[in-house]
Each structure stands twice: as structure tokens, then as C-alpha cells.
Design a protein around this ligand. Structure first.
Ligand code: ADP
Length: 257
């Protein structure tokens, strides 16, 4: 794989107590910088802005009001990028910020503009860090789960840059035949080739108060990935250096192909 999209969920970036998981961000920066040094082109889709904003405002629950979530996202995005900038700099890696909306694919001109920007950044060896623009679109916020914490946006980005692989890091080892948080006998599924109704039924609700989409939105992303003959690996981002093992071809998490 030459072009890789990596998506990290809020659960990877924010501790359950609401504090920013700086170790995870550091490991992520270290790992992705390493991939670029190996000649890969890497896009990071990062959630977490609202969680970081909640920390800044001392909130321990996500507000109901969408405008308040938008305001938190706006604050948190700034702080999150500051942290990324600082961590990536330690590894000699340049980054950029790109805020998108899901509907970019619907407008050929927008799609082309996004492609032109990302393609140039990637050719230059920069890691673009992408998030939804929560100020102008509330898809990720509305009903809490409509698009689910950038899961589907990351598949859209994979299409735009024509990535071979989407690595989706979450707070769980992969896709199980039922929600392992509720069923002790849940089994990890190594490989999924088709998102049919049987698979969809196995996806339970969301994990933590910070997570948003749960598995349903990850499966929707996987569906898009499979449709365009790309690969997706869902793995545990607790220690983001797992990315090296994934790239090494180790059997980790759930492979969708
Ligand atoms: P993230 O913030 O990483 O996007 P989410 O909380 O949105 O994480 O989604 C991950 C959660 O999905 C898991 O922690 C788990 O509780 C839940 N889940 C529901 N069904 C399944 C399943 N079949 N396999 C694995 N996890 C599942």
C-alpha cells in the first residue's frame, strides 16, 4: 500500500476521564512519521475535537445543543492541532489541517479541489490531518450518529485520494460477532468480504460516552471501501504503534477486503 488513510476515533484520543491521551497522540505521530519515512503517503482523519473542547470547558458530558457542540469542536480543533503540531515536529514531520464536509463527493468541482490540495500535500510528504468542518456541517453531530465520528468521512477521503488501505483505530480489537462489551462469548472476526444484513445485525451500540458511531458507521465506511476495491483494517488504537504491525502484514484486527 502506498497511500494510506488512518482514522482515529475519539476513544483513542481521549481518556475515559476526559483528559487528552497524550501518549496515544505521541505514538500516533511517531508511527505515522515512520511510515512517511518509509515512503508511504499518509492521511490522518482525526476525531476528538469536541472531546478536547469539553475538557477545555470542564464539561464531563456532551451538551445536547448542537451549537454548543459546534463551539466545542471549534475550540477543541485548535487545541488538538496544536498538540499534533508539537508532537509531529519532534519526529521531523510536517502536517496540515483540512476541514471537510461529507458532501464533497457530490460536487465534482469540490471533489477536484480537495483532491488537488491533498495530492499536492501527499507528494510533498506532508501528513494532512482531516476532520469534519463542524461549523458549516452538523452531519457528525446531528442525532449523534448520522455519520459517526468521521468513520464515513475517512472512507470518502480514501476515495478522493485513491488510497489502497484505510486503517481504522478504535477502542476495540476489531469487529466481533456481537458487542463484546455486552457479551463475554463474543468472537473476533478476522476477515469480512461483504457487508450483508447478517454482519449489520452483529453491530451493537456505541462504546463509551466519547465514542459516537459504534460499529454501524464503521460498517457503512467498510461498505464504501469494499465497493471501490480498497482494503480496510479495524484495529485497537490503544497503542497506535500497532500501525507498524499492520503494515508488516501481521494478522491484526478485522480485515475488510
Ligand atoms: P470510536 O470512538 O473509536 O469510533 P465507537 O465507540 O464509536 O469508537 O465504536 C467502538 C465500539 O463499538 C466498541 O467499543 C463496542 O462497544 C461497540 N461495538 C458494538 N458492536 C460491536 C461489535 N460487533 N464488535 C466490536 N465492537 C462493537
Amino acid at each position: 500500500a502506498k497511500r494510506i488513510v488512518v482514522k482515529v476515533g475519539t476513544s483513542t484520543l481521549i481518556h475515559p476521564n476526559g483528559r487528552i491521551n497524550l501518549q496515544a497522540i505521541d505514538q500516533l505521530s511517531f508511527s505515522l512519521s515512520g511510515l512517511v519515512n518509509e515512503g508511504k503517503q499518509v492521511v490522518l482523519v482525526s476525531s476528538g475535537a469536541i472531546g478536547v473542547g469539553m475538557g477545555q470547558m470542564g464539561l464531563d458530558a456532551r451538551p445536547e445543543k448542537i451549537p454548543e457542540q459546534q463551539a466545542l469542536a471549534s475550540m477543541g480543533q485548535c487545541e488538538l492541532m496544536t498538540i499534533y503540531q508539537q508532537r509531529f515536529t519532534t519526529y521531523g514531520q510536517k502536517i496540515s489541517q483540512v476541514l471537510l464536509t461529507h458532501d464533497v463527493l457530490d460536487y465534482p468541482e469540490s471533489r477536484q479541489n480537495v483532491f488537488n490540495t491533498l495530492d499536492t500535500l501527499l507528494e510533498w510528504g506532508i501528513i494532512p490531518i482531516i476532520n469534519e468542518n463542524d461549523t458549516i456541517a452538523v452531519d457528525e453531530l446531528d442525532h449523534h450518529t448520522k455519520f459517526g465520528d468521521n468513520d464515513q468521512l475517512s472512507a470518502v477521503v480514501a476515495d478522493i485520494v485513491d488510497a489502497d488501505l484505510l486503517i481504522m483505530l478504535s477502542d476495540i480489537d476489531g469487529f466481533f460477532n456481537k458487542n463484546p462489551r455486552h457479551f463475554k462469548d463474543a468472537r473476533l472476526i478476522d476477515e469480512i468480504n461483504k457487508i450483508d444484513s447478517k454482519v449489520i445485525e452483529q453491530a451493537g451500540g456505541k462504546g463509551t460516552k466519547f465514542g459516537t458511531g459504534g460499529m454501524t458507521t464503521k460498517l457503512k465506511a467498510a461498505k464504501r471501501i469494499l465497493k471501490h476495491d480498497r482494503m480496510m483494517i479495524l484495529a485497537n488504537g490503544e497503542n497506535p504503534s500497532i500501525i507498524f504491525r499492520i503494515m508488516n502484514g501481521d494478522k491484526i484486527g478485522t480485515l475488510f477486503r
